[in-house]
Design a binder for this molecule. Structure first.
Ligand code: SF4
Ligand code: SF4
Length: 444
């Protein structure tokens, strides 16, 4: 059974839709006790997963059941928040009607980052994933809800061609749409009525972990959401601050108050990450192989330390991200793999309520509904990156001038690659571009 499921998921090009794009056929080719569907959607302003769970509740349950069959898991949980009322009621109804006794809902606290894999595993199972580790090490697989819908589709022979995306923030009409992968982000902003501020920045993902992108970039299999924010919004300026300025500020301003460490979800789980110590060290010299610097590998870059913890406007998250990059360039790997026995005793007092976070971020005005629309998204052309996932870029199997139908295989996992993902046409049309990075398709 596992082999058939893994083969179908591999053929359909399924990747983790809510994260870095880990190939799903590799993730589910394992034996675990528990599978958790991640429906936390903890990033403020994003609305896609909660509406997808309501609309495609049956399919989500089927996808979860499929991954449980592949992994031999005895128990499946759908982790979501009570406030996603329509999703809760539809899922409860369908679980009952389908007679699924091994699947149940788990109500997560409305905190940030409830959807962090390691926080989620602890909330649902009480287990603690070892620092620098993955849920598999405690017998758990976590999969985003969009990924599980794609798994169910894969078993029906349908490839990944579309993505559910919220277009929110400073746009006229925030909306959630099902869009073809490869469509230009700017086209989606236009469908949402356009930006209502000038100048603005576009963020792919949520306000906390999302990245500032060029609006001409294409939507990918991992696009978390599209947010428009004023260019001078503190979240944007934090993301855009040059590295040297980050270091200079850390040297000049950090008072070693520990507030960043007390807000850090990984530290609260008992991991040995202490951002205040990294901030202290950064002012003192070159980044190298030292006990303190190497703890940056334990950072998930959730941003709780800088956007919520630090009142001095410093960014331990950016510092950790840069240290990880520099150490990796030097060939240094994470040496920290301890397995904490228990979470910090005061953890519950340091959890970050979503509402308070939104107020702290200054984005309450954008905390509005973004209803899922059934409207057909007009598209003339798409540009599909060959690398939308962890692993080797896909290898094109089409050439300019070929005609393709939506769902056709257009690029494959290279033969010798240990990790990779197939790529399929997201619209019907003619191939107009093939290079080392992208395949372009235009409607005819
Ligand atoms: S919260 Fe800010 S000032 Fe305090 S230790 Fe952390 S980085 Fe330094
Ligand atoms: S970004 Fe900050 S709060 Fe989040 S894991 Fe890293 S150090 Fe901890």
């Amino acid at each position: 059974m596992r082999d058939e499921i893994v083969a179908a998921v591999k053929a359909a090009g399924v990747v983790g839709a809510g994260g870095a794009g880990f190939p799903t056929h590799v993730k589910i080719n394992a034996s675990v006790e528990i599978v958790i569907a991640n429906g936390a959607e903890c990033e403020p302003l994003l609305r896609a997963d909660q509406q997808l769970m309501a609309k495609l509740s049956t399919k989500l349950i089927l996808g979860l059941k499929t991954v449980m069959l592949a992994t031999g898991a005895r128990q499946g949980y759908i982790g979501l928040k009570r406030k996603y009322e329509e999703a809760v009621s539809n899922l409860q109804r369908d679980i009952k009607e389908m007679g699924e006794t091994s699947i149940q809902l788990f109500f997560l606290p409305d905190i940030y980052p409830a959807g962090d894999e390691q926080v989620l595993v602890h909330e649902v199972t009480g287990k603690i994933v070892p620092e620098g580790g993955i849920p598999l090490q405690v017998g758990v697989v976590v999969s985003n809800v969009q990924t599980l819908v794609n798994v169910a589709n894969a078993l029906e022979g349908k490839a990944v061609t579309d993505k559910y995306v919220t277009i929110g923030g400073a746009v006229k009409k925030p909306v959630t749409l099902k869009v073809p992968i490869g469509i230009k982000v700017q086209e989606l902003i236009n469908i949402a009525g356009g930006a209502v501020v000038e100048p603005y920045a576009v963020i792919d993902g949520g306000p906390m972990m999302g990245k500032v992108i060029d609006p001409n970039s294409p939507v990918t299999k991992t696009t978390g959401g599209i947010l428009v924010l004023p260019l001078d919004q503190s979240l944007v300026t934090n993301k855009n601050t040059p590295w040297q300025m980050i270091v200079n500020r850390a040297k000049a301003v950090c008072c070693n108050c520990l507030a960043c460490t007390e807000a850090c979800p990984r530290n609260l789980l008992g991991h040995s990450l202490e951002p205040h110590r990294v901030m202290q060290a950064i002012g003192k010299g070159q980044i190298g192989e030292s006990e303190i610097y190497s703890r940056a590998f334990l950072c998930s870059e959730c941003g709780a330390c800088d956007t919520y913890g630090c009142t001095m406007g410093l960014s331990p998250r950016r510092v950790n991200a840069e240290i990880k990059k520099q150490l990796s360039k030097q060939g240094i790997k994470n040496p920290h793999h301890a397995k904490p026995q228990q979470v910090r005793t005061n953890r519950e007092y340091h959890l970050i309520p979503t509402k308070r976070l939104i107020a702290r971020l200054g984005i309450s005005a954008y905390d509005v509904k973004a209803p899922l629309s059934d409207q057909e998204v007009p598209v003339r052309e798409v540009k599909l990156p060959l690398s939308q996932h962890i692993g080797a870029p896909a290898l094109p199997v089409v050439k300019v001038g070929d005609n393709v139908t939506k769902g056709d295989l257009i690029a494959v996992i290279p033969e010798r690659a240990s990790l990779g993902v197939n790529l399929h046409a997201s619209i019907s049309g003619q191939i107009v571009m093939v290079d080392n990075h992208c395949i372009g398709i235009r409607k005819v």
